[in-house]
Design a protein around this ligand. Structure first.
Ligand code: BGC
Length: 383
């Protein structure tokens, strides 16, 4: 059955009721178009915002279909911007941190930029030591998307589209990508990526928001729970070895909430040394709802009480603890971003999937739709 995108989204958010959440309220989420400055060549960067009556608002910019700001109330109702980013478009082009961006065509790493499809070898740009990372030098994060739709309603919605030409970054096939951001009255920000191709290709698209639920300082005191019994260890260049290793008895065991900083400096663990902290793909183990969504992560800032739950349709979750933020980056409001100042929770396929036959496949054929859905649900905890 073919259903409209709006209906499908209601389906995803409704699926959260399977987790015991009450149904959607009726008040409307307001949507509006805004401008976000210009690029070096004078091109205007359009943007759009969604705000609900519960005090949450999000701004999406056409450059990289990125989340530029995300205001969320704490347990006292005080709003804070909980994502890292820049104040102007030019910084997004100049700096490679992927703040809030839509990353792809293949998010994460592909070993030496090489993969084969139907017996033919393809070579992608190598932009991370010997490997390919986040779609190459001109990935989906660096292009201007078209904002197709900005709509108010019980689910406010922003729909962006980009057509990535055949051969971009070395990838086969013209890829038409849609990014849909929806905000509910229940403080759920839903993100859906979908894509169609005209040739067999590989696709892995996710959102690269850097969260800091305090809106300042670092995230080492945030408590994290991951719904994952195993993870995929990596080599020194952060390419998976192919093993799925149990998290039991390791610093990767987040099956019960634990402060991110508790074991992050455990130098006995080679994996933490390779990643300079956490920079690993977790194999999600929760049972998906009938709509294919499952709880992937729970994150709390104990001081403000802000809680983020991540629901995902993807099989993997990259947990990256902001290890490569080195204090040279000055973000929104003139704030210096240092190591551990934010973390990313990126629902996606496993890294280097095209080179591991037993990882979930990244292949997409003409006539088939690639879809990756995630929901970031905010609430507050009581002390
Ligand atoms: C990767 C990190 C990388 C970062 C770039 C993350 O998704 O896992 O290794 O440094 O993106 O911002």
């Amino acid at each position: 059955m073919i259903i409209g995108r709006g209906k499908r989204w209601v389906g995803v958010l409704m699926s959260l009721q399977a987790f015991g959440l009450p149904s959607l309220a009726v008040a409307a989420v307001e949507a509006k178009r805004v401008n976000f400055g210009t690029l070096q060549d004078g091109a205007r960067v359009e943007a759009a915002e969604l705000s609900n009556s519960a005090g949450m608002s999000v701004r999406i910019i056409a450059l990289g279909a990125a989340i530029q700001s995300l205001d969320v109330p704490d347990r006292g109702g005080v709003r804070e911007d909980v994502v890292l980013g820049y104040d102007s478009p030019r910084e997004y082009v100049a700096k490679p941190q992927y703040f809030g961006a839509t990353v792809g065509r293949f998010a994460n790493r592909i070993a030496r930029g090489k993969f084969a499809l139907d017996g033919r070898e393809y070579t992608l740009e190598t932009n991370d030591g010997p490997n390919h990372l986040h779609g190459g030098v001109q990935g989906l994060d660096k292009v201007l998307w078209n904002i197709d739709e900005v709509r108010s309603g019980p689910l406010g919605r922003i729909v962006l589209r980009h057509v990535s030409p055949d051969g971009a970054g070395g990838y086969p096939g013209t890829l038409t990508v849609t990014a849909t951001y929806s905000l509910s009255e229940r403080n759920e920000l839903a993100v859906e990526y979908s894509a169609r191709t005209d040739k067999p290709t590989i696709v892995n698209i996710t959102n690269h928001a850097y969260f800091n639920l305090a809106g300042k300082g670092d995230v080492l005191g945030h408590r994290l729970k991951l719904y994952a019994d195993s993870y995929t260890p990596v080599d020194a260049t952060l390419i998976p070895t192919g093993e799925r290793r149990s998290v039991a008895g390791t610093p990767f065991d987040f099956r019960q909430p634990r402060a991110i900083g508790e074991l992050i400096r455990d130098g006995h663990d080679e994996q933490l040394r390779f990643g300079r902290g956490y920079d690993h793909n977790f194999v999600l183990s929760g049972e998906p709802s009938p709509q294919g969504m499952r709880l992937a992560a729970w994150l709390e800032d104990p001081a403000s009480g802000r809680v983020l739950e991540v629901f995902a349709s993807a099989p993997g979750l990259q947990f990256y603890s902001g290890n490569f933020l080195d204090g040279t980056v000055v973000g929104k409001g003139g704030r210096i971003y240092r190591q551990g100042d934010a973390l990313c929770l990126e629902p996606q396929l496993f890294p280097d999937a095209p080179n591991h036959a037993d990882f979930p496949s990244a292949r997409v054929d003409p006539g088939r739709e690639y879809v990756n859905r995630m929901v970031f649900r905010f609430s507050v905890s009581r002390p």
